[in-house]
Design a protein around this ligand. Structure first.
Ligand code: J2J
Length: 548
């Protein structure tokens, strides 16, 4: 196979040439544009956000100074260019000084979410063969030094643990990093090398790692800026978790920083946290998942905060139904933009000047003329527009392989390099996509994707569980929620709160704990052995919905 060097780009040579010649890949790096902004408009505000309750405001010069200090600090620990570093930070300005510091040092961040716990973090550390872990001392009431200790015990080869803000305890303190200009690399990274590893929604089993290169990722947010109207005067809010691909790159904080605009971090996506910041900083664009957009539309109707600076509200991560789209438009008096994207690459947007019907009824069209989109049937044969099928894609910012995962690569990519998105879509004659559902069994819980298989595996480890099948069911607020059907072992009568608590205590992200548990004697009376898990999930889901 061609994926010998997992940290190098894996597009075949003819595609590399094509994407360069077309000007999509320009040989830019994640650090060059920041350095330039620091020189050209040093005093312009780059980042505003809270660290442990204290509001910080960094201009581009200050931000760049912090990036260089971070870079030198990581290198002074003995980390070497190319080393992977698991980063678990919340919506704090340091999220950006850490990750850009890692880019500046030629180190490769692996983005974890604040909700992840030891099970997920240990998995990322192994898959990435990480040398270091960076976390906040505490965030949303959780002390990450506890997790760091468990990680150290589970992964003795992980050498460095760096704690940001607060008492680092026995670990290295990020706040104590000092500038060492002599340690910094003279040259920026190779634009075609992997800049970071993003995590997949995990449609089957554990999350996979997504290698994104400087060239491909920069193209995706540079082009997004144009589509979303981001200029140096823009003020973009990160309301979803900063590590998510959506608020990072569509156009996200990275797009905003590339444009030389201002990024405002909301400590939480709730209207109570975000509305005062929108009013104070005159935020003009941001992205939300559908349940939050609906909540915001409701809250906006009777808020005392001035939201008139809002120009564009982007909604994505899960399907926004036409009815919900109308409610969002009615509640928030700004332009709605639907975004259908994925951390693996392809992002679709409705355009700001599209007719309202397109904005309400579709999930947009691809960023790039070079995005190849196929809608295929069960046998992989391409279908005409108007027909519903599986979405396959390939293009200048869609990966060709996961990092260090041959099994997933065989399943998830076609022979000719198309990524199997797992989404079921219809394409309109003018190239817009309407998401109809998906082929893979995951629960899209308010934009957080949880693999049914991963939860089932967790549940099977419980001493009272004989078998478990997890399905998604519609939820008024979350869009979908998870329901676990459990067959207890003979003679056992487990209780659902105990199982949920047991799962949390095992150290998995809270959003993976089943929302609902139904105990059953058996899954079916007929031919269980011959039924696939997938069919079983479909059947159990239907039975449950019938009862309602
Ligand atoms: C239906 N399903 C959607 C939408 C994503 C921008 C926006 C979102 C993501 C993201 C992202 C959807 N309607 N509007 O990375 O840059 C579901 C699909 C898709 C999966 C990807 C971005 N928008 N989805 O959500 O990697 O099933 O990325 O394949 O988290 O979310 O999830 P994720």
């Amino acid at each position: 196979r061609q994926y010998q060097h997992p940290l190098q780009q894996v597009w075949p040579d003819d595609f590399v040439q094509r994407y360069r010649e077309a000007g999509y890949w320009r040989g830019e790096t994640m650090t060059a544009f920041l350095r330039e902004h620091a020189a050209q408009h040093a005093g312009h505000t780059a980042i505003v956000g809270y660290t442990q309750g204290v509001l910080q405001r960094w201009n581009y010069a200050e931000f760049w100074r912090r990036v260089e200090t971070a870079a030198a600090g990581f290198l002074a620990l003995g980390l070497a260019p190319g080393d992977r570093v698991v980063v678990q930070l919340g919506n704090v300005p340091e999220f950006y000084s850490v990750v850009f510091g890692l880019f500046r040092a030629g180190l490769v961040p692996v983005y974890a979410l604040p909700a992840h716990r030891i099970t997920e973090i240990a998995h990322f550390a192994s898959k990435a063969e990480a040398s270091a872990y960076v976390a906040l001392q505490q965030y949303e009431g959780f002390d990450y030094r506890t997790l760091a200790r468990e990680l150290k015990a589970a992964r003795p080869t992980l050498e460095h643990i760096v704690i940001v803000a607060g008492d680092a305890g026995e670990f290295t303190s990020f706040d104590a990093f000092e500038p060492h200009p002599a340690l910094l690399p003279v040259q920026d990274a190779d634009p075609q090398s992997v800049a970071f590893l993003q995590i997949s929604g995990g449609s089957t089993g554990l999350s996979k790692l997504i290698p994104r290169t400087h060239d491909d990722y920069i193209y995706s947010f540079r082009a997004s800026n144009e589509i979303c109207g981001i200029t140096p005067a823009s003020v973009y809010m990160v309301a979803l978790p900063a590590a998510h691909n959506f608020p990072m790159s569509s156009p996200g904080a990275f797009g905003a920083l590339y444009a030389g605009a201002t990024v405002v971090l909301s400590p939480s996506p709730s209207p109570e946290a975000a509305f005062p910041l929108i009013a104070q900083e005159k935020v003009d664009s941001l992205g939300l998942v559908p349940p939050l957009a609906l909540l915001w539309a409701q809250a906006a109707a009777n808020t005392g905060h001035d939201l008139s600076s809002l120009r564009v509200l982007q909604v994505g991560g899960a399907k926004l139904t036409p009815e919900a789209a109308r409610r969002v438009i009615g509640g928030l008096k700004c332009q709605l933009q639907q975004v259908f994207g994925m951390a693996e690459g392809l992002v679709n947007y409705t355009r700001l000047d599209d007719p309202e019907e397109t904005i309400i009824e579709t999930q947009g069209r691809p960023i790039s003329p070079a995005d190849e989109v196929l809608v295929v049937d069960d046998h992989g044969h391409p279908l005409d527009s108007g027909k519903t099928g599986y979405l396959l894609t390939r293009g200048p910012y869609t990966i060709r392989a996961y990092h260090n995962d041959d099994g997933a690569n065989t399943r998830s990519f076609t022979e000719d390099g198309f990524y199997r998105t797992g989404d079921v879509v219809t394409r309109t004659p003018d190239g817009y996509l309407v998401v109809q559902g998906r082929a893979t069994d995951h629960i899209n819980r308010a934009g957080e994707k949880v693999s049914a298989e991963e939860i089932e595996d967790q549940l099977l480890a419980h001493p009272q569980v004989f078998d478990a099948t997890v399905v998604s069911i519609p939820d008024e607020y979350l869009g979908e929620r998870s329901c676990a059907f459990i067959i207890p072992k003979a003679g056992e009568t487990p209780r659902s709160p105990d199982i949920k608590r047991w799962m949390r205590e095992r150290g998995v992200a809270a959003f993976k704990v089943p929302d609902q548990i139904v105990f059953v004697d058996s899954f079916d009376t007929t031919a269980v052995g011959k039924t696939s898990r997938k069919e079983l999930r479909t059947r159990l889901r239907a039975q449950l919905l019938d009862q309602d």
